[in-house]
Design a protein around this ligand. Sequence first.
Ligand code: FAD
Length: 307
Amino acid sequence: PFDVLVVGGGPAGAASAIYAARKGIRTGVVAERFGGQVLDTLSIENFISIPHTEGPKLAAALEQHVREYEVDIINLQRAERLSATGGLVEVGLASGAKLRSKTVILATGARWRQMNVPGEDAYRNKGVAYCPHCDGPLFKGKRVAVIGGGNSGVEAAIDLAGIVNHVTLIEFDSALRADEVLQRKLRTLANVDIITSARTTEVTGDGQKVNGLVYEDRKSGELRTLTLEGIFVQIGLLPNTEWLRDVLELTPRGEIVVDAHGQTSLPGVFAAGDATTVPYKQIVIAVGEGAKASLAAFDHLIRTPSG
Ligand code: FAD
């Protein structure tokens, strides 16, 4: 068995693997897609000591750094089951393979939440987008909507306003929830409209591409339509933890509950990064949390009598 098996190959998983391998213990990483969300990011300017980099470049650097050490990287494999038996933790993969380890670090990250309205799936990548940094330039000179008035939605609207012809920001609530400084910035932009108390009910299209959206004015109950070419959905992140629901403690939102050492409710199982309750989902935080969980796993190993 492994001493430390990391599930997830994003910033948190990469940091966990490096910290474990540097202890000279048997370390593995299983990842569906090494690099994680970083792969979908264009420009990164807040990873301390690196003033500017790009997502794919940082993802490659993460992997390269892990490969400096003796780490078994099992890429393009999805973990589907976790169980603890006889002092070992077993991780079952979609392929049917089973990996056993003395400790496991869960670093499965998160993904953008969907609206779940008619048309959203049909027009995904045909006008429906989730990543303004990736897809913003595709809508140069066009009209787009941003769904969600939290920080990510308002940031997206500000970002897109510089690229596209017009942005409509749609918020379900009666007020935006983003930081005041972002809202102030947003309101200075001439090509941005803000619609509050609006529930998006449908994405419409011509069969090929998005041509509009329908929303309900929650004050009057009336349905209104907007004509546009793109819709950026920015309504939150969902942790990739569905497969862990019956195994360890999650919050109602699906975040893995961890203590200050990254310990989960299951002995020998630790967690780090966007999948956990640790606030502020950022690369630099995921990296720090990954290192911490790995050191905690090592602590656990040296305190556990080997059978
Ligand atoms: P992730 O990066 O989500 O990695 C999760 C890993 O787990 C992946 O390898 C995934 O394939 C794997 N995985 C998931 N489920 C399974 C499973 N069942 N079995 C096996 N493997 C699995 N942060 C910043 O600090 N600065 C930025 O500028 C920035 N911009 C961003 C832009 C975009 C478009 C996005 C989407 C995010 C951005 N973030 C940014 C956030 C940052 O990317 C995340 O906080 C960070 O990647 C979280 O790292 P993580 O390792 O916890 O999870």
